[in-house]
Design a binder for this molecule. Structure first.
Ligand code: GLU
Length: 476
């Protein structure tokens, strides 16, 4: 086993836990768990304008719901507390002072208009705009009312990203960036470097949107005399069409919404891990322990991974089928249709056993099982819209149902007896199952689909089944 890895998830509290964010959290968590290391939650709340009330709690709730437990964090503390950037301003000031003292940071005296002038100038000269071309000759003493800017030292970099591989950039990508804003808060660019250093983070897992800035970060690490952690850049997650980055409008919900709809936490982790990672085999369904055992950064792909909700549904169905019925039953408590309150556990377990095969997410339960609990009114459309049944006359339909009723009246409603009686009915009526069983199914469930007919009738029971057959006969 490799030496313990310390990773962190460092979200900004913007109020929404999208799958991309959860993926970086998951990969960081997997590395920490796999090596007996630690996973740290740090809240990056230095952008006061974007701060959303309650967002930190939402992040914590989401991680808990997914089972991504952290070893240190804002609500539980740890050896490097505090874990909220807004509470670490003294730290940033201390490191900023070190940069000022070594001549590697300066107060930026320019107004927005000055900056615009510089930009216009650069454009007129057909040159890229760089802050470092406009350093003030005699910068004022930094008193905290002006931004503090890093004085970079442009150079080329060649580096290894744990996912993207070898990357080279030229000196033109290096520029003077703001360390501390005029409101006294640090930028992400500065704060994360200080925090990752002080918190002894060994691996940074983060999204592709930061890739272009990394040479600047390396320049700052050097100015501070620090060795940067290992960095791993995740590919984008693409919209279902595969053409653009996944956005809020592409149907991807907040992770907690998926959990609320009855997607299992282990499905979410399996699915999100599969966005850009596989273990090199054909295996698609992974338990959480298998993910911990098998995950590795060098099998994360470099190109964008497509978000496909159909696949998420399929995967959740597979995880649901893998559950023992008792365990699934315990998870379903909050999802039954209201009318199921009247039924006992035994009946509900039997119903669940019948639909477990087809259940894709728990919030589907009322739709799939409603007829087991509610006597729905006869719906003539179910017959008229059925291609085969609509060809039969009312008399024929009625006669088949009468024959079914006569036979089922004699049944003890055990599965065996029902199965053989239904088969006999095929012979006596000379009908195909597609017709006869569809008709009996519609009469007894008022639903176009149901689990196997004999099993459905066995669970529904004799009284209910016969009463429903009667109602359908009377309605014809
Ligand atoms: N606060 C940054 C974000 O939410 C974190 C980036 C990082 O992981 O370093 O995008």
């Amino acid at each position: 086993m490799s030496s313990p890895i310390r990773t962190r998830f460092a979200p900004s509290p913007t109020g929404y836990m999208h799958v991309g964010g959860v993926r970086t959290a998951l990969f960081a968590w997997l590395l920490a768990r796999q090596t007996g290391g630690q996973f740290v939650l740090r809240i990056e709340d230095t952008d006061r304008a974007r701060h959303v009330e309650g967002a930190e709690q939402h992040i914590i709730d989401s991680l808990k719901a997914l089972g991504l437990n952290y070893d240190e964090g804002p609500d539980i503390g740890g050896p490097f507390a505090p874990y909220r950037q807004s509470q670490r301003l003294d730290s940033y000031k201390r490191w900023a002072q070190q940069l000022i003292d070594s001549g590697r940071a300066y107060a930026d005296p320019y107004s927005a208009e000055d900056m615009q002038k510089f930009r216009d100038q650069a454009q007129a000269n057909k040159q890229p705009f760089l802050y470092r071309n406009h350093r003030p000759d005699k910068p004022p003493v930094w008193d905290g009312t002006m931004p503090l800017r890093f004085k970079s030292e442009p150079k080329a970099y060649q580096r290894i990203d744990a996912v993207m591989g070898e990357l080279s950039t030229g000196p033109e990508t290096i520029d003077d960036f703001i360390l501390i804003k005029s409101d006294g808060y640090p930028t992400y660019n500065f704060a994360h470097i200080i925090d990752d250093t002080e918190m002894r983070i060994s691996h940074i897992i983060r999204g592709q949107e930061f890739l272009a800035s990394i040479p600047n970060y390396l320049n700052l690490y050097e100015a501070l005399g620090l060795t940067p952690p290992i960095m791993a850049t995740m590919p984008h997650i693409m919209a279902p069409d595969g053409k653009k980055k996944l956005g809020k409008r592409d149907g991807a919900k907040d992770v907690l919404d998926y959990i609320r709809d009855g997607y299992l936490p282990e499905t979410m982790l399996n699915f999100i891990a599969s966005l850009g990672w596989n273990d090199g085999s054909e295996q698609e369904i992974f338990s959480v322990q298998e993910l911990i055992d098998k995950f590795s950064l060098d099998r994360v792909q470099r190109s964008g991974a497509r978000f496909d909700e159909q696949r998420l549904q399929w995967m959740n169905g597979a995880h649901i089928r893998n559950l023992a019925l008792d365990d699934l039953y315990a998870l379903c408590a909050a999802y039954w249709p209201a009318e199921a309150n009247q039924s006992n556990d035994n009946y509900k377990q039997q119903v669940l056993g019948l639909v477990q095969e087809r259940l894709k997410f728990l919030a589907e339960l009322p739709e799939l099982t409603g007829f087991f609990f509610i006597d729905l009114p006869v719906n003539p459309e179910l017959i008229t819209s059925n291609k085969q049944l609509s060809k039969l006359s009312q008399e024929e339909l009625k006669s088949y149902l009468e024959q079914a009723k006569a036979s089922l009246e004699q049944s003890d409603f055990s599965l065996d007896d029902l199965t053989s009686r239904l088969n006999d009915l095929l012979t006596t009526t000379g009908q195909k199952p597609g017709i006869l069983f569809s008709l009996i199914r519609i009469a007894t469930t008022q639903a176009p689909f149901s689990p196997s007919l004999a099993e459905t009738l066995a669970v529904l029971g004799k009284d209910r089944s016969l009463a429903r057959l009667n109602s359908q006969i009377n309605a014809l």
